[in-house]
Design a protein around this ligand. Structure first.
Ligand code: ATP
Length: 389
């Protein structure tokens, strides 16, 4: 993996960890923060120069401390009956060296939460939401009707599209709409930590989800678990994990009485093993694309509404200008545009009550930040979509 993309993944995990922590989603926050700590530790090892290495190590320590706090908060909030599962140590998440000390514990690589977000919290993607409603929500809400019309509930949905377009959010919101338990797994974790155990972990994941009242299993970056070119994986573990996963998907969520669904997400669908795209596995393939104009306008509302905006900011014009930017890009731009006047107010030593986010600052940030998704990438998705629809 090039250093750039490891850093991007680190940033994403860190942000997701901090977001989940703010929302009080302790197990999710802990897992994301541990993943961020693991990646920044790897990056510290690769750093050229002592200062950078030291700074990254310090970041890792801070993230570990936050993760430990989230672990504690999670223990304190743990519902009765779920005690007794041992908590994995931070070391398990930080690198391979900790992997052999303890038996793998599902809570280390699998996050289980009850998301409280809904489709309305996601800007745009009306067609995508409709497809998910048809496939995943209505059959469970109206089982008798679904049976009468031969609509088969459950199964697998693959969300694919450029990074930062809301795939993870959509999966969480689907669980939120269904009031289902949401099981998230990092494919990279599953493979890297407990080589030799990974297939048992896949089985445990499906068993746990099947025993829940309503459940969604979500695997992000699913192509790393089922890559088209398996020899790249370099170990026999892939040969055992893939059949286990396919078997789990085929037997999963086929009864209306047992609402369990499987969702996978990828930014590189062409790297997937075609076996997972066959009927009975990922029956639905849903493209999650860049936000259109109304979605970009709503994203600006979501991320700027609660902030002090100057009267010279025209959000309609800004939404037009942001054509080609992803939802995650727009969130970043808004956060960045808020940071600049905030720091200026802090530096001035004044109250900052009159400071606002003005057109010039936004313009400066947008000019300095090109869209993260290139047009060629969007074209490549369109080609893949045509061949697989
Ligand atoms: P990746 O492929 O990199 O994992 P993703 O497609 O899963 O990315 P998310 O992680 O769901 O994208 O989105 C990242 C962040 O961007 C979200 O937490 C959210 O703040 C923002 N975002 C992206 N798309 C939307 C959207 N349509 N509506 C609201 N927020 C969005």
């Amino acid at each position: 993996m090039p250093a750039g993309s490891t850093f991007d993944t680190f940033e994403r995990y860190k942000q997701q960890g901090l977001d989940a922590r703010r929302r009080g989603q302790w197990p999710a926050a802990r897992s994301y923060l541990l993943n961020a700590a693991r990646l920044i530790t790897e990056l510290a090892r690769e750093a050229k120069g002592d200062d950078l290495r030291h700074a990254r190590q310090q970041t890792a320590e801070k993230l570990l401390e936050l993760a430990r706090d989230c672990g504690q908060a999670s223990e304190e909030n743990r519902p009765a009956g779920s005690a007794g599962k041992s908590k994995p140590t931070s070391r398990e998440h930080l690198g391979r060296e900790g992997a052999d000390d303890e038996a793998p514990d599902a809570s280390g690589w699998m996050v289980r939460e009850r998301p409280d977000i809904r489709f309305d919290d996601i800007a745009g993607l009306a067609d995508v939401k409709d497809e998910i409603r048809l496939k995943m929500l209505y059959p469970f809400r109206h089982p008798d009707l679904a049976e009468r019309f031969g609509i088969r509930p459950g199964g697998g949905v693959l969300l694919y599209g450029p990074p930062g377009t809301g795939k993870t959010m959509l999966a969480r919101a689907t669980a939120g709409e269904l009031d289902a338990s949401f099981f998230t797994v990092s494919a990279a974790d599953l493979l890297s930590k407990w080589v030799g155990e990974a297939e048992q972990n896949v089985k445990a994941l499906f068993d746990d989800a099947t025993s829940a009242d309503r459940a969604i299993i979500f695997i992000d970056e699913i192509e790393s678990l089922v890559p088209a070119r398996r020899e790249d994986a370099g170990s026999g573990v892939m040969q055992r994990v893939v059949p286990q996963l396919l078997q789990g998907m085929e037997g999963f969520g086929k009864k209306a009485s047992q609402p369990v669904l499987f969702m996978g997400a990828t930014n590189v669908p062409w790297q997937l093993d075609p076996a997972v795209l066959r009927p009975g596995r990922f029956d639905e393939k849903v493209y999650v694309g860049l936000p259109d104009l109304p979605a970009r306008r709503k994203l600006l509302d979501i991320h700027l509404a609660a902030r002090p905006l100057a009267s010279d900011v025209d959000l309609d014009t800004l939404a037009k200008r942001l054509d080609g930017y992803s939802g995650a890009d727009i969130k970043y731009l808004c956060d960045r545009a808020a940071t600049i006047p905030f720091l200026a107010a802090v530096g001035s030593g004044e109250s900052g009550d009159d400071t606002t986010i003005g057109h010039d600052v936004i313009n400066q940030v947008v000019t300095a930040t090109p869209p993260s998704v290139r047009p060629e990438a969007v074209e490549r998705f369109a080609e893949w979509r045509e061949r697989h629809s």
